[in-house]
Ligand binder design. Structure first.
Ligand code: ACM
Length: 712
């Protein structure tokens, strides 16, 4: 018998290639032991230690890993493989679990790590205690390049943030950490050769070289490659604070605090620029062991080039007809330096214009078409378009975006699609909120990169993603815990319950929804309601399922209870907004001149939610009325339905940079009420006149012409 806990889809993400579940389960109790045979190294030993610690933490069972005679989980690694994870290495594994024991086989240490991640996801409560179902798994990734890009420039991310995200990446089998280390807002690595880069360009927020080595070692233990990006020739203001001579116009320059595309760009015409880059790339190439080196190349503003007589003269002399040609010249020069220092260049898709060497990897961010273009021209490519986490799209959106779906590719071209990378640009992300902007959605994207092309069932994805979201939190992420913490802070020590009700029904807007709404800069704390609110509401998804399942009394009861809470939360939010906090609590103290008075303090932050709380109350009341009609089997008046739908359109408009996701289940409910009204007048249930059971709402059939209604 498969335990009751496994009636739902197995909490596996990414879904393995072959899964066969059979009767029985392996108990995970105090006799559980892991040991390895075959090849072993420090990575494998460390992985088994981490795995055992995690199992102990999850189950509460103290586990012993040393001096083991008989193992419950036997790990067999066949060969040494690479010490440093390599693009295209064998990551396959096979896992067999029976009631009497488990066996994990892999060719390489990396394969073992991927298999241990799967085993860890399978541990769950069964009827008699923790267990893993009897199972046979054969697994390997679809793409060799499965990454996360993290921008640590616009908002600084300390080492602890990076390391806990590396742990989570390993848990969902991602294998590339792309570290966006420099941008207009900060140069984040210590350069010993050019120390003014970090001294003048980072406000003291940079990684020492020892810390960089620490992160690389941490990632390597998890079989994750680390690829540094030094974005150039644009997005380089922070470099020019210490080295203004690199720029195309005289300084002085200051660290940029806002976002966008700025005028300062490197001077591509001076030999001194390339001498500097030779030194820097050489230093960084020695620091980062990965063979790939990212030079950025995106969004180059042309004003400085256009306005410089000497640059224009250089362009004429070298037959560079426009600024794209100038950038291409720059890219080719930098490519030579990257090669000179033993690395392979990777760049954003703008670098394609330079027609660099054929080993260059193109990272497509501007569309699937740019990936198709790159592979057609013979370049290997990684897709990032559609995986911008900072847009805060619901998980189903990037999940539906496949690196192979960009157009008709020949088999030779598809072979050049290396995979994909999710990107988190950090304009509206702080160390406190970063996890919730990455997770759990990145787990769904990891599945897109690892699992088969036809693994696309969205309901299954959400069920498994929610399960994995919880286990990721146990392993160190803070995407769930910081939600409560931030709402508590807004409540200033009082009960945050009303804010929680509001937040559970809301979804934060992504970068496009925030860009111009406030005078944001990297100095403005990201501690408002919108920063606490999740990109996607788990509660709302649950309520949508309840609406689809109205035949169940439990679903109706849950909807009614939730709508009632929504209707009542407004009063609680009012209390929080009206009562002043103790002196200074929550006020912004950095004295930045961009802040206006009305932004100061948590009281204001709660007061801005009053219209939202009012709207949520209205949504709740509409939901309750709709439920009344449905439960009483009373036709809702057509005029009322039309009016409420219109009202919902208004209530769905963003307020305080969040959207009331709670509108969605209520809209579905109105559609149900409408169907019921139509059913009363012209619809039959089967061949019977309309039946008086609650099931009629679900099992209606039309005998009249089908009305034009879509149930999403
Ligand atoms: C980019 O988003 N500018 C790569």
């Amino acid at each position: 018998m498969v335990g009751a806990a496994y009636a739902a889809p197995l909490p596996l993400m990414p879904l393995p290639r072959v899964v066969t579940v059979s009767a029985g389960a392996l108990p995970i109790d105090s006799t559980f032991r892991v040991t390895s045979s075959g090849y072993t190294d420090f990575r494998l030993d460390a992985a088994i230690k981490r795995f055992s610690a995690r199992v102990a933490q999850q189950t509460g069972i103290p586990l012993v890993t040393s001096g083991v005679k008989r193992a419950t989980l036997l790990v067999e690694c066949r060969e040494r493989g690479n010490d440093y994870p390599a693009l295209g290495e064998d990551e396959s594994y096979q896992l067999d679990v029976a009631a009497t024991g488990a066996r994990l086989q892999a060719q390489t240490v990396t394969g073992v790590l991927r298999g241990l991640a799967t085993f860890a996801q399978l541990i769950g409560p069964g009827p008699e205690g923790f267990e893993v179902p009897s199972i046979h798994i054969e697994d390997r990734p679809r793409f060799p390049w499965r990454g996360l890009m993290l921008d640590v420039s616009r908002h600084w991310m300390p080492i602890a943030v990076v390391e806990r995200n590396l742990d989570a990446m390993a848990a969902v089998k991602l294998n590339v950490f792309h570290w966006h280390l420099s941008d207009d807002q900060g140069f984040r690595v210590e350069s010993k050769r050019y120390p003014k880069l970090q001294q003048s360009g980072s406000n003291g927020n940079f990684y020492t070289q020892a810390e960089v080595r620490q992160v690389i070692a941490y990632a390597r233990e998890r079989s994750i490659r680390v690829i540094p990006e030094f974005d150039m020739p644009g997005h380089t203001t922070s470099w020019f604070v210490g080295y203004p001579e690199l720029a195309s116009a005289p300084g002085p320059y200051a660290i940029e605090r806002k976002w966008g595309i700025f005028e300062p760009v490197m001077d591509p015409t001076r030999e001194e620029t390339y001498a500097f880059l030779d030194g820097l790339i050489g230093e960084m190439a020695a620091l980062f062991p990965d063979p790939y080196f990212h030079i950025g190349g995106d969004e180059v503003e042309e004003t400085q080039w256009k306005q410089s007589p000497s640059i224009q003269a250089f362009a004429r002399e070298h037959n560079l007809s426009d600024n794209q040609d100038l950038q291409a010249y720059f890219t080719r020069r930098v490519e030579k330096l990257v090669k000179k220092h033993g690395k392979i260049m990777i760049g954003w898709d703008e670098v394609l214009a330079a027609r660099p060497g054929s080993d260059t990897v193109i990272q497509s961010w501007r569309g699937q078409a740019s990936l198709a273009d790159a592979v057609a021209k013979g370049y290997r490519s990684v897709l990032s378009y559609g995986y911008y986490l900072d847009h805060l799209d619901p998980a189903r959106v990037p999940y539906a975006n496949d690196p192979m779906d960009g157009g008709k590719l020949t088999s030779e071209q598809t072979g050049r699609v290396l995979g994909g990378e999710a990107c988190l640009w950090s304009e509206y992300v702080s160390p406190e909120t970063v996890d919730s902007r990455i997770w759990p959605r990145l787990a769904a994207i990891a599945e897109r990169f690892w699992s088969a092309h036809d693994v696309t069932d969205v309901d299954s994805m959400y069920t498994r993603m929610e399960a994995v979201s919880h286990s990721l939190e146990w392993t160190g992420l803070q995407h769930r815990s910081n939600y409560a913490l931030m709402l508590d802070r807004l409540a200033g020590g009082r009960s945050s319950r009303p804010l929680r009700v509001l937040a559970d029904a809301s979804e934060a807007l992504g970068i496009a929804g925030r860009r111009d709404a406030r005078q944001y800069s990297s100095l403005v704390p990201l501690n408002r309601f919108v920063d606490a609110v999740r990109p996607e509401s788990e509660l709302v998804r649950k309520l949508e399922r309840d609406v689809a399942n109205l035949a169940s009394d439990a679903s109706v009861a849950e909807l009614r209870a939730t709508f009632t809470e929504w209707a009542e939360a407004e009063a609680g939010v009012k209390v929080l907004a009206d009562a002043p906090l103790p002196n200074g609590r929550g006020s912004v103290t950095n004295g930045d001149s961009v802040l206006s008075r009305d932004r100061e303090g948590a009281v204001v932050f709660v007061a801005e939610l009053l219209p939202l709380a009012h709207d949520l109350a209205m949504v709740g009341n509409i939901g309750l009325r709709a439920l009344d009609y449905i439960e009483r089997r009373e036709p809702a008046p057509a005029g009322w339905l039309a009016e409420q739908n219109q009202e919902l359109d208004r209530l769905e408009q963003p307020v305080a940079e969040v959207r009331l996701a709670g509108v969605r289940p209520v809209r579905l409910l109105l559609a149900r009420a409408n169907l019921q009204s139509l059913a009363k007048s012209s619809v039959r249930c089967g061949n019977e006149p309309i039946c008086n059971s609650r099931r009629t709402v679900r099992n209606w059939t039309l005998t009249a012409p089908r009305p034009n209604i879509t149930l999403e």
